[in-house]
Design a protein around this ligand. Sequence first.
Ligand code: ADP
Length: 904
Amino acid sequence: MKNNETKHLNILSTAVIGCMIIAIILTAGTFSLGRTADHDTKEAVRNVSLLYLSELATRREQVVSQILDEYTNDIDIALGLLSSEDLSSTENLQAYQSRMKQLYGLEKFAFVDTQGTIYTSRGTRSDIDDYGIDYMNLTDTVVRIKNLKSSDKKVILAVPTDNLQFEGHTLVVCFMEIDMDNLLKDASLQSNNNTTFCNIYTPDGIALTDMVLGGLASEDNLLGAMEHADYEAGYDYEKLKEDFESGVSGVVSFSYNGISETLYYVPVHSTDWMLTYLIRESIIGEQINSISDSIIRRSLVQSVLTAGVLIVMFTLLFIQQRRASKATIDKEVMETENRVRQQELEEQLAMQEELASKSEELSKALEAAEDASRAKSSFVSNMSHEIRTPITAILGMNEMIRRETTDPGIIPYADNIDKAGASLLGIISDILDFSKIEAGRMELTDSEYSLPVMLSDLYNLIQFRAEAKGLELKIITDPTLPKGLLGDELRIKQIITNLLSNAVKYTEKGSICLEVKRLEADDEHSRIKLSVAVTDTGIGIRKEEMEKLFTPFDRLDLSRTRSIEGSGLGLSITRQLLGMMDSQLEVESEYNKGSVFRFDIWQGVTDPGSIGDFDPADITLGTEQKAHDRKYFTAPGRSLLVVDDMPMNLQVLKGLLKRTQMIIETASSGEECIRMFGSNDYDMVFLDYRMPGLDGIDTILQLKKLYPDKVSVTPIISLTASAIAGDRERLLNAGFNDYLSKPVNIPELESVMEKYLGSPPDVAVTDETEIPGDTAMTAIPDIPQCIRDIEALDIRKGLEYCGDAEDYLFALETYAGSVDEKAEQILRCLEDKNYEEFALLTHSLKSMSKSIGALRLSEQAAELEKLCKERALDQVLTGTPEFLKEYRDLGATINLCVPLEQQS
Ligand code: ADP
């Protein structure tokens, strides 16, 4: 492209230079032609002038000689008219002469006698010598000039007479005197165009008209003037002079006073005069010059115009050429493009063919993969069922043992079964969550939730684990955070729990911190962006291992983490859940220093009231709500059919539902269920989903077919271990009123029953103080007897605060495990007079004691904290030992009942 541009520029500059050369040639040619033409024209003009002059001179000479001839003729006629009478007297002769003068317009008409006396019309004269007439020897007509040197020149024309006799004298000559001006007037010598001048000169150069060289010469003699002239080649003065003297015609070109002239001369017949014609070439030359100048100018203009036209033509040609070459290039480019396109098309076609065959292979592979994926999903689903079902049964049966045994030796075993089972369930939940997310079947459900309650729950869940490892747990919240939020509380809690659990798991010493901040809100303040960060001072993550952090089942730094419980799925699930919520997990970590896991998330706002200064240690905030929620359901006399193929599950459910005071019947298959449903009226049915023979869906379809009326009024709830999202729709579509995931827990069971079993009087929801028909044991079923026997503990309060028996027992363990160390620290603070630390420790003991239901101890700790802050040090010193004694006693008693893991 650039080459083309240069090529075109080269052509254009060549064209312009060419045009300029042509213009120069034209201009120079015009100048030289002009000059040559000028010269040639002058030459031609001279030649023409010479012809013209010779013609003019000859003609004028003829005129002059004719005039002279006419005068000669006139004399002859006059002489012919002369009578003897005229000669008879002087008077008569003079009269005759006067008549002739008048007739011919003469100055004088006179006769000369042999004595030289002149007889005029007025008298006689004797100055015959002035007339130059050789009167005695005159044989022919002669022309003479009188007064040649003066301006009053006269032409004398004399003829011989036949010796006329007059009064005794012999008249030999007759002559007439003509005024020179008159004569020459008739000859029209004057020209008024200032270019040609006619004149008559005597042989020695005297001008008859008193004007030499057309008035140009300062001399009054032509030959005298011509002596000073510059002659052109071929002409000279001598020749001129000679010609004049010998009366020969000729021509001479010269320059006089810088003016170029050509003189043509011709002798006047019958005189010695020379008639000249002078042409002033300078003037003609000037005119020719101006003509040739204007010709040159015009030619120049013409040349410039020609050059201009040529340039325009070249430019147009160039543009045309350029367009043509551009069109050619475009065409070539198009052709090349077309070729390339065609080639591409051919390649595409080939590729498409290849693709078609590949896609066939791929679709087969895809089908196989889909089959495999379906198989995997169903495997996972089956596995979950297969594993969950026995675990549910194990946990249920274990629960029965824990409730019913009074043997303190059995309880720790049962507790350990419970813990291991719960951990196994956790792992299965993780695997299920993971495969649900992978299969795109994880669903998020938004609901209203309380942020302080959630934070409180998180604190309660983690605090004891942190405490157990001697880690400080800090919860930092923004006081402007709203109380009520809208979002998937379960999943958000799962995410934060995961991060907090990891922080505890992978931190040996120091602290972990949960920080929740408000980042921004939308215009209507209906949504808020939270920033959540979990920071720890733990083992950290090596830079090179960072990318493996989210790889499922991958655990890092195995030498240090092998002994720590974990599946390697938590972060992967966390990250994917956050992705589903349009958020992402960011990690910063320094090996051996600690890590920060952070994410930002948008949540709806349902209660904009701010949470204010939220104290994580003030756990009543979270549990208050729970305490209110903690209702117990009873429906004495109402009947319930529970269907499950596993007798153990039936037993567990029966056991768990005992306190509802309902009539509970069981069936171990779909067929049995149909039978029993037909022959009895139940208020509610719990129907297992997976059973050999008729499964849950087959069974309900049969029931609907056989007993449509009964089905329409009886709530039938599905129990399913399957956690796959699509199952839920299938169950509801099949006709189940609701479903519960296995392993079911009491609150869920009760809330479903409350929802479907209608209203009192027979159905009641009571708080813990009004539990009818059962012992305190039923109300606090999961706590070993020896714990229940500890007076210093208010077990119900402890359960309220901790949520359930498992967490409560864990809290007790942790509490008891740290007693000695804490007591030591408190004593050391007193010794060191470190009251700040003392206040912190008692503050922490206040909330910890309260959370396990050690209310008195909690109050004592609160009192000590208060006294310490007030600096009532005496009272602190006296009160502390008593407090520490009670504290240590409680720890020891708990340790007896709930041996710590490391001890067991
Ligand atoms: P796991 O069940 O093993 O804890 P996760 O997916 O939660 O699985 O974490 C994956 C790995 O990332 C862990 O095995 C551990 O090596 C590392 N990890 C997670 N959190 C932390 C943390 N706070 N500090 C150090 N390492 C961590």
